[in-house]
Ligand binder design. Structure first.
Ligand code: SME
Length: 157
């Protein structure tokens, strides 16, 4: 599957109301991971109160299943209300290591009705693996994921 096909398939599954929220998000991260060999970990965190709770992901298990807002790249993205692209995580003081081989990371906030409800977190074993175009390509998916993340987060609170 190439990258455009992956984006299309992820959009299709996220808009398919017959697929439940967890399954739709899991399929979306799965196709993104399959289509981008340099993306070693692709996952969704849900914002529940003042914590990010790990949702569907593809990649090595991480000890960071709960991240307080303000902590790590993930928590700072929520606190600042900004997407993050870190070209070299080893030079980023607030980085929480998921895997020793990770070199770069991207976090795209997921919003619903303007509220942050989660985020898409992607790691790569390559330095500078993420370009602004990657964020742009993923924005439609983040928008479609918003209501699903809000429902999943509400179920956890
Ligand atoms: N690196 C993230 C933690 C999540 S793991 O990468 C999956 C951070 O600094 O918040």
């Amino acid at each position: 599957m190439d990258r455009d096909q992956a984006l299309n398939e992820a959009q299709t599954v996220l808009t398919d109301e017959s697929v439940d929220d967890a399954a739709a998000l899991h399929r979306a991260v799965e196709v993104l991971s399959d289509a981008h060999p340099a993306w070693s970990w692709v996952g969704v965190y849900l914002l529940v109160g003042d914590k990010l709770i790990l949702g569907p992901f593809v990649g090595p298990d991480t000890e960071h299943t709960e991240i307080p807002v303000g902590t790590g790249v993930c928590g700072q993205a929520v606190e600042s209300g900004r997407n993050m692209v870190i070209g070299n995580v080893k030079q980023y003081g607030e980085y929480l290591a998921c895997s020793p081989s990770t070199q770069s990371e991207m976090v795209l906030l997921i919003k619903d009705d303007g509220d942050i409800v989660g985020e898409l977190d992607i790691d790569s074993d390559d330095l500078d693996a993420f370009a602004p175009e990657d964020l742009d390509a993923l924005r439609p998916l983040a928008a479609l994921a918003g209501p699903r993340c809000r429902r999943l987060a509400a179920a956890l609170s």
